[in-house]
Design a protein around this ligand. Sequence first.
Ligand code: MCA
Ligand code: AMP
Length: 494
Amino acid sequence: MAGDLHSRFAASFARYAERTLVEAAGRAWSYAEIEVLSARLASRLGELGVVPGERVLVQTDKSVETLLLYFAVVRTGAIYLPLNVDYTEAELEYFASDATPVLAVCREGDEPLFERIGKGRVAVRTLAALFANLPEAQAPPAPRQPQDIAAILYTSGTTGKPKGAMLTQRNLVANGETLIELWRFTSEDRLIHALPIFHVHGLFVAVHCVLLSGASMVFLEKFESGAVIELMARSTVLMGVPTFYIRLLADLRFTRKAAANMRLFVSGSAPLSADIHRAFEARCGHRVLERYGMTETGMLTSNPYDGERRAGYVGPPLPDVELRIAEFETGVVLAQGEVGIVEVRGPNIFAGYWQMPEKTAAEFRPDGFFITGDMGFIDTDGSVQLVGREKDLIISGGLNVYPAEVEALLDDRADVAEAAVIGVPHPDFGEAVVAVVQPAGRFDADMVREEMRRDLAAFKVPKRIIVLDELPRNTMGKIQKKLLREQYANLFEA
Ligand code: MCA
Ligand code: AMP
């Protein structure tokens, strides 16, 4: 079979033509309908100058139209660049200037904002405008090679600016095919799709598992436990971040009976605590299947479908992924059982960061292994346990927040002498962002949070700002974040 994404999609469109691919807001779209609409939309994109290799930047709400836009961009051979709908103007400006898209697709009312940040060089359209008087003609698919870039997804870094991870056609096809096999997807499956579709998890893992196997999915605009529980009676799979499972457990309507038709619950993007894993099994009889991945790599490890799904473990590497543990500083490969940095190699590992060859080189070993920044070890049965992160990163409800970015914003303020941003345990989000601030003069925490919302996506804004006369420092003058994390560990105790 051809190694490009569109050829794989086309094979499913043809094979499952009359079956339902997606349901949303009470309507169903068949594989054949989705193919025709996305091919016509690809014609519209062609009129707007979208050609192979150009970037299409997308900041739209979750909808079937957004999904069609993804398929249409793939068909044109252009590069799909989805963005979190929460991003503010300051954040968007960077993505637009870095990626230099030919087209930006935005929400109703955001056109002036995108015109501004596109500086007149970018065509700006809403989804409604793109779909208005859609051409009848179906654009022919552009031929693509396995190494061509299919998508760019931005991920922040511990220092400096966000980096655009370039995912190739081959990366996405390989990971999708491995996962449908491993998780036993068939055309009988129906997935409850409650994740956003601007991340690897909701866009590639979820959508590709469905599309490549002929399954169907129900699109929910966002996770809401009542709606998800109701759908379980006629669904078979749920994919989510740990917060989904925490919220299901908090909902008394979630019972063994409610989950009786489901065959699989997958969790990832953040650590699922062993307690939640056990409580979930006790409640509904299912053992959550935890897997581990990254934007740059797609999925890397997964607990087995058959066999022991170990609480607190992310499972062995996928069949086509090589995974080793090494010493971070030297790259020396460590023995089984020793804790070190997780390094990976395989057909799903990205092609590098967009226009950042030095940053790309710094994250690969000379033999091609990618340095994930996650710390872990391999157990005697080959299963991986993650024990922490070498990178200073907070994962809140499955979303990454880099403390450095939030600290920079605070440190720039006249009323802040210095700030330390930490992640502390949170009963719903797993970790929550907290800022500990040493003020310079008068300081009003509520006002500061309000002002931060102008520049930062809501999920990055500290849930709490703690004011201290002096931040704890070591003898070198460095702020002791570890101490702060310990001190505020119970801030959000349930
Ligand atoms: C929303 N808020 C958050 C988060 N989400 N704050 C911190 N962390 C979050 N994740 C803000 C809201 O803006 C709001 O702020 C307040 O918190 C309460 O929101 P709430 O209504 O409780 O949130 P929600 O709308 O129900 O969303 C929570 C959520 C959502 C369902 C957990 O964040 C979500 O779907 N997360 C999944 C993200 C994901 O797909 N991650 C995968 C990326 P205010 O009240 O101030 O306005 S990682 C990935 O792709 C890799 C490859 C992997 O391994 O999977
Ligand atoms: P992102 O940059 O959003 O793709 O996030 C990737 C990071 O999420 C990984 O490097 C891990 O730190 C974390 N992650 C993903 N899945 C898991 C998991 N199952 N357990 C713990 N951490 C995870």
